[in-house]
Each structure stands twice: as C-alpha cells, then as structure tokens.
Design a protein around this ligand. Structure first.
Ligand code: GSH
Length: 220
C-alpha cells in the first residue's frame, strides 16, 4: 500500500505553508519515500470515518502498510525509524532524536504559540501589555538556552535529523514576529534547515492544491 497522508484541500492564506502535514511531507521527502495525499475539507473532518483515522478531526493523519497514525511528531519519528537520513540507527542516537522532537513540541512550541497569539492581538490595555512582556520573556529564556546549546553546531546533534526537522517547523512560526532577530545563531540554524531541497519540495506539495480551487475532493 502506498503511504497515505491527510491534508487540507484549502486553508486561509495566513495558514498556507504552515499546516502541520508539512512536517510529514518534509520527512517523507528527506527519506525519499513516495506518498499519496488525501485532501479533506470540514465535512470530512467531522465525519466518523475520518475521526477513526484522526480522533480530533485534524490533519495530518498517516497510514502505511504497517500503521495508522496521527500527531505529526509521532509520524515523523515513525518515518525516522525507517530512514537513516532522519535518525541514526543506534539506540543512543535515536534516543537523542526523540528527545529533540519532544523538546521542540513540548518545551519550545507552547511558548512560541502563546507569544504569537498574544502578539497578534497588538498593543492593548496595561494588563495585556504586561502579559505580552511576560510571554516574550518566557520565550526568550527558552530561546537563549536553545541558542547556547546550538553554539557553533550546524545541527542539534551534529548532522540533520528529525529533531532538526520538527524544531525548524516550530521556529519558523516565529519569523514574522521578529523575535529571532535577537538570536542570530538560531536564525542561521533555521535558514540552514529551510534551505534543504526536501523542505522546498514539501512546501510546494502543500501549496499546490491551494492554487486549484476546482480540485475535486478526495474522501477519507
Ligand atoms: N498536535 C497535532 C496538531 C494538529 C493540528 O493542529 N492540525 C491543524 C492544522 S495545522 C488542524 O487540523 N486544525 C483544524 C482543527 O483543529 O479543526 C499534530 O501535530 O499533528
């Protein structure tokens, strides 16, 4: 069975290029594994059949010959277990990759998302400005420690892995709010990750259906 991945047929322009199936597409491109996309809309999202595949009606969901999965981080780790491009084959190397995937999703992404959502609301009352400053301080603290870890490394564990892939998708969301300007080491690291040809192919694969309003919808 060909690998199948769910993705949205269309999303609002601000979300285009940022839907989380991008992580899985990128991993599959790095691993050189071909896949088919099941494009869904809100009707499919709400259907019992799709909820069997993705319990929260979200994207991405994934299946191959062996597994039915949801959660982008878990899916990327599954793909990494099949490709040494994304993770070393030894137990200790794989454990480091798993740690970085969780660090990105658990230790950095919540701070990044909290700040982005508050920042997007713009300046407001005094309490809101204080809260925004607090969220920025929390995020900056994490990014400072992350920057110290990176130091002069090209990638988190010396060479590109699934940990870098997930971390880059988390950090990329911070580009527009300007926070990364204070962290040139992270900014350079992010640019290095995003310069990979597999990322460009994954991004284009997500964006292509959004340019085709007449695209007929596949059912999950
Ligand atoms: N933790 C999940 C989050 C998935 C997620 O947030 N998907 C969004 C698109 S980026 C979605 O499907 N949103 C629609 C909804 O929640 O109804 C993952 O990483 O796979």
């Amino acid at each position: 069975m060909a690998i199948q991945l769910s993705a949205f047929r269309w999303v609002a322009p601000f979300a285009q290029g940022y839907v989380k199936d991008l992580r899985v597409r990128w991993a599959l491109e790095e691993a050189g594994l071909p896949y088919q996309t099941t494009l869904i809309d809100s009707q499919v999202q709400a259907s019992g059949k799709y909820r069997q595949w993705q319990p929260f009606g979200q994207v991405p969901a994934y299946r191959d010959d062996e597994v039915d999965m949801f959660e982008s981080g878990a899916i990327v780790l599954h793909i990494a277990a099949r490709s040494q491009v994304l993770a070393p084959s030894d137990e200790s190397g794989r454990a480091r990759v798993t740690s970085w995937v969780f660090a990105a999703l658990n230790s950095i992404e919540p701070h990044a998302q909290n700040f982005i959502h508050f920042d997007a609301a713009g300046a407001g009352e005094a309490w809101a400005n204080r809260r925004r400053a607090q969220l920025e301080a929390d995020l900056s603290r994490k990014l400072s420690m992350f920057s110290a870890w990176l130091g002069d490394k090209d990638y988190l564990e010396g060479r590109f892995t699934a940990g870098d892939l997930i971390m880059a998708t988390v950090l990329r969301e911070l580009v527009d709010c300007g926070v990364l300007a204070q962290f040139p080491t992270i900014d350079a690291y992010l640019r290095r990750c995003l310069a990979r040809p597999a990322f460009a192919r994954a991004l284009e694969a997500q964006l292509a259906p959004f340019r085709e309003p007449s695209h007929s919808e596949a059912r999950a």
